[in-house]
Design a protein around this ligand. Structure first.
Ligand SMILES: [Zn+2]
Ligand SMILES: [Zn+2]
Length: 380
């Protein structure tokens, strides 16, 4: 099981060190965790901080680099415990943030970027202290529309791997607006999920909703719409703000996911589970060859994953092409004369013998003139 949404003491609303979280992860048997501390960049608000040793400082690239080295260090230390540790952030998105965000994260080796809508009109709707000043000015439908406008813009920015707690607006909205808050227009949701699918942004099953209001984010009716829109990329996280909440309800969240017919398993970013290796053109594959195929998958995982998402049948052809080139005879390899003759015979029997699947030539002609030129000689 993986937990891909975690806040340490570096977030000003959370507690627990990186090591305390890692120890807890090992204790409860998590295979992989991704730290995703807050990155709030709204200049009209006063919550853009990162905290080290109990002292908050303005959120900056330098702070993020310091956090990165702390997490990379844990990654090395906990490897022997069988725990994979990843480095991510949860960005509080508002329209127009993109440039500033790019400057801050440039060249930082982030494994995972969560985008979240925490604020509307620069008011935190995820805060019991602040939300009422927003609610008093808007009815439920305006609230929901403005929220999803912002979410659509988050998706369009193309900067994020996942959209966090998609219906977090219900957290305090339910008490204020009652059942009105659950009335999300179908066309709005369908547009959001369609965009999300096309942009390869994962839907997050966030189990914090269970702790606050006994309901996951997203609510069941949203899960049905996501399924209908063909969402396939899913991530899961506890959104824990202290080590005690790490991994909470992840099993339940997985069951919840499956109950809507999502026939998938959850993995960390850039991982693929290969259940079986098919025979290619009726020929079963040897172990070494299978290992080569897995290497090819590993080297090209993003590209292959993207193509599989698009259900592009060309992907099989591409994989075979990659495979063919990887297994070819390379400079310095020794082969017998018989094998060379056999290869030439097979090659000339093909429909397109003169190029490899990537268009590179398989045969070149070295004529006499060319060889003479190489030796700077003229025999004539
Ligand atoms: Zn959040
Ligand atoms: Zn969070």
């Amino acid at each position: 099981m993986v937990d891909y949404h975690i806040h340490t003491e570096h977030s000003i609303d959370a507690s627990g060190t990186v090591s305390q979280y890692c120890d807890q992860a090992v204790k409860i048997g998590l295979k992989e965790i991704c730290f995703t501390n807050h990155c709030e960049l709204d200049p009209e608000r006063n919550d853009s901080f990162i905290r080290f040793n109990g002292k908050r400082e303005p959120f900056s690239r330098a702070g993020l680099l310091k956090l990165q080295s702390e997490i990379f260090d844990a990654c090395e230390r906990y490897r022997r415990d069988g725990l994979t540790v990843k480095f991510g952030i949860e960005v509080g998105y508002y329209m127009g943030i993109e440039r500033k965000l790019k400057e801050i994260i440039q060249d930082i080796d982030l494994d995972f970027m969560i985008g979240a809508i925490h604020c509307l009109d620069h008011i935190c709707i995820d805060s019991s202290r602040e939300c009422h000043s927003y609610f008093n000015e808007h009815d439920a439908q305006e609230y929901i529309e403005q929220y999803y406008d912002s979410a659509a813009s988050l998706i369009r920015s193309g900067m994020f791997d996942s959209l966090a707690h998609i219906d977090v607006y219900k957290k305090y909205g339910r008490d204020y607006y009652g059942q009105e808050i659950a009335r999300v227009p179908h066309h709005v949701m369908n547009d959001v999920f369609r965009m999300q699918k096309e942009s390869h942004i994962a839907l997050e099953i966030n189990t914090a909703g269970m702790r606050f209001m006994n309901e996951f984010y997203p609510a069941p009716q949203l899960m049905r719409m996501a399924r209908a829109q063909g969402i396939k990329m899913i991530t899961i996280g506890s959104d824990s703000h202290n080590p005690g909440d790490l991994g909470k309800d992840l099993d339940l969240g997985t069951q919840y996911l499956k109950s809507f017919g999502f026939d998938i398993e959850i993995f960390g970013k850039n991982e693929i589970l290969i259940r079986s290796i098919p025979s290619i053109m009726g020929v079963s594959i040897e172990f070494d060859t299978a290992k080569d195929i897995i290497d090819i998958f590993k080297d090209n995982v993003s590209e292959i994953k993207e193509k599989m998402e698009l259900e592009d049948l060309e992907v099989i052809k591409d994989i075979i092409s990659l495979f063919a080139c990887r297994r070819s005879i390379k400079a310095g390899d020794k082969i017998t004369l018989e094998r060379a003759e056999l290869i030439l015979k097979e090659l000339l029997g093909l429909e397109e013998p003169f190029t490899c699947p990537h268009g590179r030539p398989t045969i070149i002609i070295l004529n006499e003139e060319y060889i003479e030129e190489l030796f700077k000689r003229d025999y004539r």
